[in-house]
Ligand binder design. Sequence first.
Ligand SMILES: [Zn+2]
Length: 310
Amino acid sequence: MLKTAAIGLLLVFSGCYLTLDGNSAALPEAAANAKTPAPAATPVVIDDAAFSKHREKLEQKLKGRGFTVLVEKPFIVVGDEPAETVRRRSANTVKWAVDKLKQDYFTSDPAEILEIWLFRDKDSYRKHAKEFFNDEPDTPYGYYSPSNKALVMNIATGGGTLVHEIVHPLMEANFPDCPAWFNEGMGSLYEQSGEVGGHIHGYTNWRLPGLQKGLQQKIVPTFQKLTAMNDTEFYREDTGTNYAQARYLLYYLQYKNLLVKYYAEFLKNRTTDPTGYKSLQKILGEKDMNAFQKKWEAFVMKLRVGTEPA
Ligand SMILES: [Zn+2]
């Protein structure tokens, strides 16, 4: 999920509620889609002094309230669990995800310092989202708010959503005008992830059964249609399968060892192929995309949550 403000208006993009238990819902998205081509991302370096200053300011503001504030570049992690727990999450989830995502995909950090707020439970999450950001979250799990330069998480729901949300600001810093299908596909792929051969690896997860049901009902659009969706169409989730379809397309590319290659190809050709469809065809080496879709469907139908294909 992503919340964004642009041109002074608060536009709420909503994705699926990022759950680890199988619930998903979509909200309308009011984003204008008038996009001008953005220049290629230029690396941004924010110096150590700026991070320290930001941390000190937050420590002052939160004094005596039981928060731990840590610099975990390119983020500042803030949490109200015991200090040791905040430290562990910062190292094992935030740093791990950033390092692993950079290893395969991203070269630039976000242009500004972003805060990651890890609230210890539902009450803390709701109370502080209101107090600090004047937000009333429409998801129980967490969200990224570019306007507040913050990822706001109910960390009691697990680290999966946190990794999903970390993908978004990194994508924003590295992939100008990345379409929602690819941004959310990447976020969703890594919301259930670990390490294989030293690289980040997405595993099957709760989004699979809904996709399999959609395939049985023959409501899942073609990849040409999915990739051509503008953000409004994607987030509207007419069939309720967009996130899952995007996720399991990328899961298939990962399975074929083509995902890192696809990311680079899509990024390189984004001005001539902004949907990524031609790059997809090229990387797959498929002339007949209908035949490919059938092959992919058969692959997806055989998947089971909790087991990975050999
Ligand atoms: Zn998302």
